[in-house]
Design a binder for this molecule. Structure first.
Ligand code: BG6
Ligand code: MG
Length: 227
C-alpha cells in the first residue's frame, strides 16, 4: 500500500457511500423486475450496485433469461420508467439521507486541504448532491455520460483522479459496490470498501459502515499496511 502521507485526493462514489440512495435504486429496479416477470433476489440487488442504468436493465433481463425479449426502443422505455420511479422516491429526500459520519468526514477532508471528486455512474448525481446540500464539496466530478466503460473498468476512477490533477497513487477511492472496488484497484488508487468484507474482500481497506469512515481510521489502516 502507498503511504498515507502521499495521499492528496479522495474520489467518492455517491449511492451507498455518501447517501442512502442505493436503497431507492434497488426499490425502483425491484418494481420493474416484478413488472418484467424477473425474480428478485439479494444477489441480484448486490450485483446491480454501481452498474449504470442500461447495463442494470440488461443484467436484470439476462438474470430472467429475457435478454432477447425486447427491442432497444422498448428497453429505453423500461429504463426511463425505472428512472421516473427512482425520481419519485427521491422527491422528498433531504440532508437526512446523508449516511452517518459522512458530513463530518467531508468537513475534515476540506479542513485538511484534500481535494475531492465524484466518480458516480449516476446521471442523477447532480440532483442528488443538490438535494443533500453537498454540491459545494464536489465541484470536481466525472460526467458519466462521457465514459466509454462502466465499473469495474478503471475509466471512471482514473478520471476522478485526473480531474483533481493528481496521479492515481495519490488518491483514495471510496465505494460500496464490488465492481466499484475493482474499478478503484484497476485505476491504481487505494481502495476503501464500505460494507460486507466478504463481498468487498478486494478492497485495500474495509469498513462495515460509514460511521467508521474517518481520516484517523484510514491513516491507522494504511500505517498497518506499511509493515
Ligand atoms: C450507481 C448506482 O451509482 O448509478 C446504480 O449504484 C445506478 O444503482 C447507477 O443504476 C446509474 O444511476 P442513474 O441514476 O443514472 O440511473
Ligand atoms: Mg455505490
Amino acid at each position: 500500500m502507498v503511504k498515507f502521507e502521499d495521499i492528496k485526493g479522495f474520489v467518492f462514489d455517491l449511492d451507498g457511500v455518501i447517501a442512502d440512495t442505493s436503497v431507492y435504486h434497488s426499490k425502483a429496479w425491484h418494481q420493474l423486475a416484478d413488472e418484467l416477470g424477473v425474480a428478485w433476489s439479494d444477489d441480484l440487488a448486490e450485483n446491480l450496485k454501481g452498474v449504470g442504468r442500461m447495463d442494470s436493465l440488461n443484467l436484470i433481463l439476462k438474470t430472467g433469461g429475457k435478454e432477447n425479449a425486447y427491442t432497444e426502443e422498448e428497453k429505453e422505455k423500461y429504463a426511463a420508467k425505472k428512472n421516473t420511479n427512482y425520481l419519485s422516491l427521491l422527491k422528498n429526500m433531504n440532508a437526512s439521507a446523508i449516511l452517518p459520519g459522512i458530513s463530518d468526514f467531508l468537513k475534515t477532508l476540506e479542513e485538511n486541504d484534500y481535494r475531492l471528486s465524484l466518480a458516480s455512474a449516476s446521471k442523477n448525481s447532480p440532483l442528488v448532491l443538490e438535494q443533500l446540500g453537498l454540491a459545494k464539496y464536489f465541484e470536481k466530478r466525472v460526467d458519466p455520460t462521457t465514459l466509454k466503460h462502466g465499473k469495474p473498468d478503471p475509466e471512471i476512477f482514473a478520471r476522478g483522479a485526473e480531474v483533481l490533477g493528481y496521479k492515481p497513487e495519490q488518491c483514495i477511492g471510496i465505494e460500496d459496490a464490488k465492481v466499484g472496488v475493482e474499478s478503484i484497484n484497476a485505476a491504481g488508487e487505494t481502495s476503501v470498501g464500505i460494507g460486507d468484507p466478504k463481498i468487498l474482500h478486494e478492497a485495500d481497506i474495509n469498513f462495515t459502515d460509514t460511521t467508521q469512515l474517518t481520516l484517523a481510521n484510514i491513516k491507522a489502516a494504511m500505517k498497518v499496511g506499511e509493515h
